[in-house]
Write a protein that binds this ligand. Structure first.
Ligand code: NAI
Length: 332
């Protein structure tokens, strides 16, 4: 069976080739995104494997059906880039990797908090230029601070445990309170209360109709002045223009984003020689208290191994009309 990969990077090729030793699928890798422009590249393939910024809208799914594709595998957890109804209509089976290494993402959220707070990125550069002054590097103790977690699924849960371990007061908002987290000391609150009480807010909910722009002018208004916001979820959870306004007035004290509303035009590419046309990200990157990473929260050795192993196993199961071994892997 042949599987064609889109948005494939060298590290994808390596991890999937290693995991494929136990399957022996025929793997074909394309660096380009999946879209109407690239469907033509597919030939004699049963499955395609895509990533976060590949568009699986109705037109693309129709084009895949015309190419006799029966399986689409998302090698990621979120599936907001998939038109679920169109996928159901198409008859294509779709799987994802519901949880590969929640700790990888949770630990990156912590890395962003610590970088913004203790300014280790600035200290690193400063000391290398023999500037040993501490001026401008003042941080705060995380111990004792209130951390608000929006979405306490796999990643949010791992993040709660990390922050409890640091001695923070952890409060959370989710559609359903998690009993284990409550027993560990996490207090579930309505969203507005969480926004009002948190010193740090970290987003770990999926992007859907209810959560699109969950951080906007109005919800920012509920927050404490000087709040730190961390987003490792999806870019559209934050209304970026509203966040910029609040950064300009100083109301948002720190912003760490691993995901960005318009990231598909930028992330995962080396554009160091290009003129960036996106003025919003350029404005964001001009703030000294904003940290942008390019969707790298998942990017650990352990996560890549898990993603490849689970994806190939799910494709194998779906090709035999079986339920994938990992719960929640089948989307459609
Ligand atoms: P999950 O499905 O285990 O947990 C999501 C949680 O959000 C659930 O507890 C759910 O009840 C809650 N939720 C759903 N709608 C909500 C709402 N309206 N308000 C509050 N909570 C709501 O998902 P997981 O694995 O924890 O991942 C969360 C998100 O993180 C993914 O959807 C994905 O977008 C993002 N992600 C980002 C990565 C990165 O590299 N930056 C890597 C992996 C995931």
């Amino acid at each position: 069976m042949k599987i064609t990969f889109f948005s494939a990077k060298p590290y994808d090729k390596q991890s999937f080739r290693e995991a494929n030793v136990s399957h022996n699928f025929d793997l074909e890798f394309f660096e380009t995104h999946l879209g109407l422009h690239s469907v033509e590249m597919i030939s004699n393939v049963s499955a395609v494997c895509v990533f976060v910024n590949d568009k699986l809208n109705r037109d693309v799914l129709k084009a895949l059906v015309a190419k006799n594709i029966t399986i689409v595998a998302l090698r990621c957890a979120g599936f907001n880039n998939l038109d679920v109804e169109a996928a159901k209509d198409s008859g294509i089976k779709v799987c994802r990797v519901p949880a590969y290494s929640p700790e990888a993402v949770a630990e990156h959220a912590l890395a962003m908090i610590m970088t913004l707070n203790r300014k280790t990125h600035k200290a690193y550069n400063r000391v290398r230029e023999q500037n040993f002054s501490l001026q401008g590097l003042l941080g705060f103790n995380l111990h004792g601070k209130t951390v608000g977690v929006i979405g306490t699924g796999n990643i949010g849960k791992a993040f709660c445990h990390i922050m409890l371990g640091l001695g923070c007061k952890v409060i959370a908002f989710d559609l359903i309170a998690n009993k284990q987290l409550e027993a560990a000391g996490v207090e579930f609150l309505p969203l507005t209360d969480l926004l009002q009480q948190s010193d740090v807010i970290s987003l770990h909910c999926p992007l859907n109709e209810q959560t699109t722009h969950i951080i906007n002018k109005q919800t920012i208004g509920f927050m404490k002045p000087g709040v730190m916001i961390i987003n490792t979820g999806r870019g559209k959870l934050i209304h970026t223009a509203d966040a910029i306004e609040a950064l300009k007035t100083g109301y948002i004290g720190y912003l760490g984003i691993d995901v960005y509303e318009q990231e598909e035009k930028l992330f995962f590419k080396d554009l160091s020689g290009d003129i960036i046309q996106d003025d919003i990200i350029q404005r964001l990157m001009s703030f000294p208290n904003v940290l942008v990473t390019a969707h790298q929260a998942f990017f650990t050795r352990e996560a890549l191994q898990q993603i490849a192993a689970i994806t190939l196993n799910s494709i194998w199961s779906l090709s035999l009309d079986k339920i994938p071994a990992v719960e929640g892997a089948r989307v459609v």
